[in-house]
Design a protein around this ligand. Structure first.
Ligand code: GLC
Length: 549
């Protein structure tokens, strides 16, 4: 097995992690200072979202220089020190590669936009206007508004899947691909442990850009439906792999909105393009019915079980990145459970699944504290460019301000981006200055310091889970078989190797459940309630039992 299959990856959103300079935003040095904390969670790799030079229109996902650190986060020396100090503790750093687009301030784009003759003219996706002067196709960018922006200087439109400040690179141009591979190599040479590869399903565009059937009042169609996972994309990605990580011990995990579980075998494993792939079926259950304005609970636990089953089944010969949160998603305690649910129990049941399914757990900053969403009173308090775009679109669709704000509260990426609450000091110990986003309203009792002292806290639960992963090899290399598959509320599975058989039962419902499983020979190793009665699970109870061979 590879090192990255045996460890836990912690996703760090550096802007909100720890500010060591009194500037209101987190720093790379802040991550270094918390390496012991991260170790205690079983972390063997830290995926850091972008810290490269950037105008920060999309918090760093708009990169102006792939090989330099933005002064906001510190210096390259800080980064080198982090890479080396982390390595001393057995932790590797994972960089975020944003290769679908750059910032509109990247020197490549500044040159490309000048005219049709310059050497980088073909590095981005330029098209003439339609005869009436309108955009080449009626596509809506992911953050709202047209995916095309007119450039007066060049007299053409350019395409951007995300914000207009994030022009899409033209992967058909071989020089573009080579330039990107060089950037990846720059980081490989620094001794990092892997790459998370951003928005990768959008890099290949269709040969002809056609209008699509509008899907909203604005007359536009989501670009996702027109370009995601276009045939031919895997050829690019095989080339990427061959020119960069092949033959190294780095791992890659692609962000693959638009790839279904059934397609996973083409993407991951021996003949695939990445080591792991984030596919989103289990966290996007409500979107399949397009019900985002109505109710978030428009799915059942059986559907969640089915989504998880599909991903497990389709990565039997490969490997799965287990995740329930990231910097783009609502907090899991809100997303998967009702408002009445006990937040601690909810955080623990998800934690159990995260650390014990087959695959590498990706734990997102603050998830180990069971953080829930924030509830802000007006749109001005939100920073997320996507929330602001969605808010505007909702108003255009005739929703009231209150309805639009309610949706923002539910789905805003800021829910996951509020500063880490470390202690009970000012600004939860995150910064001595004014934090860039409000700290969580419940920081005082959710903070790490408070939870550390409490053996029943979510943080202590995660530390126990990390310990279990260290001491029970079946959780790492064991096979995966579903148990209680027919049960509508309990997710159950067995992990088994030559030494032991482990049974995990997670009651995802908020009611008490009776189950039938012969527990003879099993010993309970961890349970989220003080006592466990065989055959019965409390609401949201999670237990782990072990049968030694
Ligand atoms: C990915 C990132 C997201 C970013 C977008 C554009 O989806 O996770 O945060 O805004 O790509 O780069």
């Amino acid at each position: 097995m590879y090192w990255w299959q045996k460890t836990v990856v912690y996703e760090c959103y550096p802007k909100s992690f720890l500010d060591t300079r009194g500037q209101g935003t987190g720093t790379i040095e802040g991550i270094r200072q918390k390496l012991d904390y991260l170790s205690s969670l079983g972390t063997g790799a830290i995926w850091i979202t972008p810290v490269y030079v950037s105008p920060m229109v999309d918090n760093g996902y708009d990169i102006a220089d792939y090989c330099a650190i933005d002064p906001l986060f510190g210096t390259m020396e800080d980064m080198d020190r982090l890479i080396s100090d982390a390595r001393d503790r057995g932790i590797r750093i994972v960089m975020d590669l944003v290769f679908n687009h750059t910032s509109d301030q990247h020197p490549w784009f500044l040159e490309s936009r000048k005219n049709k003759e310059n050497p980088r003219s073909n590095w981005y996706i330029w098209r003439d206007a339609k005869e009436d002067g309108s955009a080449p196709a009626n596509w809506r960018g992911i953050f709202g508004g047209s995916a095309w922006t007119w450039c007066e200087e060049r007299g053409q439109y350019y395409l951007h899947t995300f914000a207009k400040e994030q022009p899409d690179l033209n992967w058909e141009e071989p020089e573009v691909r080579q330039a990107l591979y060089q950037c990846a190599k720059f980081w490989i040479d620094k001794g990092i442990g892997g790459f998370r590869i951003d928005a990768i399903t959008y890099i290949k565009k269709p040969a002809v850009f056609l209008d699509g059937l509008p899907d909203a009042e604005d007359g536009l169609v989501s670009i996702h439906n027109m370009t995601a996972n276009t045939p031919g994309i895997l050829d690019f990605l095989h080339e990427f792999r061959d020119h960069t990580v092949k033959g190294t011990d780095l791992f890659t995990v692609g962000e693959a909105n638009g790839v279904s579980a059934e397609e996973l075998p083409e993407w991951v494993g021996e003949n695939g393009v990445f080591d792991m792939l984030f596919e989103f079926s289990h966290v996007n259950l409500e979107f399949k019915k397009n019900e985002i304005w109505t109710r978030p609970d428009s799915w059942t636990i059986s559907e969640l079980k089915e989504a998880l089953r599909n991903s497990q089944e389709n990565t039997r010969d490969a490997w799965y990145p287990i995740f329930f949160e990231n910097h783009d998603k609502p907090r899991c305690v809100d997303h998967f459970f009702s408002e009445k649910a006990d937040r601690t129990a909810a955080a623990k049941v998800i934690g159990m699944i995260l650390y014990t399914m087959r695959g590498t757990p990706f734990l997102y900053q603050g998830q180990e504290l069971g953080l829930n969403r924030v509830c802000w009173d007006n749109i001005e308090m939100y920073n997320d460019i996507s929330s602001i775009g969605q808010y505007d679109l909702a108003l255009k669709e005739g929703k009231s301000q209150a309805e639009a704000l309610a949706a923002v509260r539910k789905f805003s990426r800021d829910n996951a981006r509020v500063p880490m609450p470390w202690n009970r000091e000012k600004n939860a110990g995150f910064t001595s200055s004014v934090p860039w986003l409000n700290v969580h309203e419940n920081a005082e009792y959710l903070c790490a310091e408070q939870q550390q002292a409490n053996p029943d806290s979510v943080l202590s639960w995660y530390r126990s889970l990390a310990e279990l992963r260290r001491s029970h090899s079946a959780l790492i290399d064991g096979s995966y078989e579903e148990a209680l598959a027919e049960d509508e509320d309990i997710l159950g599975y067995l992990r088994e190797n030559e030494e032991e058989r482990i049974l995990v039962l997670a009651n995802l419902s908020e009611k008490e459940k009776i189950y039938e499983f012969d527990e003879k020979g099993y010993m309970i190793l961890l349970g989220s309630y003080r006592e466990h009665t065989s055959g019965k699970l409390h609401p949201l109870e999670a237990i782990l039992l072990c049968h030694k061979k």
